[in-house]
Design a protein around this ligand. Structure first.
Ligand SMILES: Nc1ncnc2c1ncn2[C@@H]1O[C@H](COP(=O)(O)OP(=O)(O)OP(=O)(O)O)[C@@H](O)[C@H]1O
Length: 245
């Protein structure tokens, strides 16, 4: 949960007093480039302490580095361009994440197997990371994020660069995480319609809409630019000057 969280870089303010309570299910963070989606995810991931306001993960307030360390094991954060050693095998990559999240060594084999099964990479567990396609890498990234059985999963633009089939595979995996709080940032409105229970539209650092996909669709009147109700609804939420193509 975020309570009046402010965030920024140097003199610029990116998030201004954002308050959000996240619930189990898939929440999309939608917004134009520079809206603050990554900043919000990094703040929730306790990577960048907020300038103001309070953050709670599983009701634990993050007040500094010590409490941040305590809650990080409960968070699975997958940055947009996550790094990896290309020589590592898929299983080693996910095992490394298990170690980072404080999973006891005795549980590594089972947890890694469980995570790889969910993302359908069991057959590729001995493959080198460098040999994977973009979609497989992204799935390995999701395994990396979930191997610690986090209660909060944060995925930053997880479908960028994936082909249509890979995006469908991704959606299937995310749908299986429904009992967890999943937040994903995206520009892809199709993904929002297909898998998200809740949508937050962020614009210039503040939520302009927070509701269900159906609520958002209801805003998509004819006459606005867009090929679907969701696209039109998204355009409707932008300031008038940004609605022009
Ligand atoms: N490390 C940084 N240092 C300074 N400014 C930054 C930094 N990271 C982001 N910003 C600025 O903060 C604002 C929000 O950026 P952020 O990356 O959170 O947006 P975003 O919604 O994720 O955008 P995108 O869709 O392009 O990924 C932008 O103006 C960006 O230039």
């Amino acid at each position: 949960m975020l309570d009046s969280v402010a965030q920024g870089y140097g003199r610029s303010t990116v998030l201004e007093a954002v308050s959000l309570t996240l619930r189990p299910g898939v929440t999309a963070l939608l917004g134009p480039n520079g809206a603050g989606k990554t900043t919000l995810l990094r703040t929730l991931a306790t990577i960048k302490p907020p300038r103001n306001g309070r953050i709670y993960v599983d009701d634990i307030q993050v007040t500094g580095e010590k409490s941040a360390r305590d809650v990080r094991d409960r968070i699975g954060y997958l940055p947009q361009d996550f790094g990896f050693d290309p020589r590592m095998t898929v299983a080693d990559f996910v095992t490394y994440a298990a170690w980072l999240r404080g999973v006891p060594a005795t549980a590594w084999p089972d947890r890694v197997a469980e995570a790889l099964q969910l993302v359908d990479l069991t057959d590729r567990r001995r493959s080198k990371m460098r040999s994977l396609s973009g979609g497989m890498r992204q799935r390995a990234g999701i395994a990396w994020a979930i191997v610690g059985r986090p209660s909060l999963v944060l995925l930053d633009e997880p479908t960028v660069g994936l082909d249509p089939r890979q995006r469908l595979q991704f959606r299937k995996i995310v749908s299986e995480l429904r009992d967890t709080v999943v937040v994903l940032s995206t520009h892809l409105i199709d993904d929002v319609g297909a898998i998200c229970d809740r949508v937050i539209v962020l614009h210039q650092g503040s939520p302009k809409f927070d509701g269900t996909v159906a609520d958002l669709e209801a805003l998509g009147e004819e006459g606005l630019p867009g090929h679907s109700r969701l696209e039109r609804a998204y355009m409707h939420l932008l300031p008038a000057e940004e609605q022009l193509l």
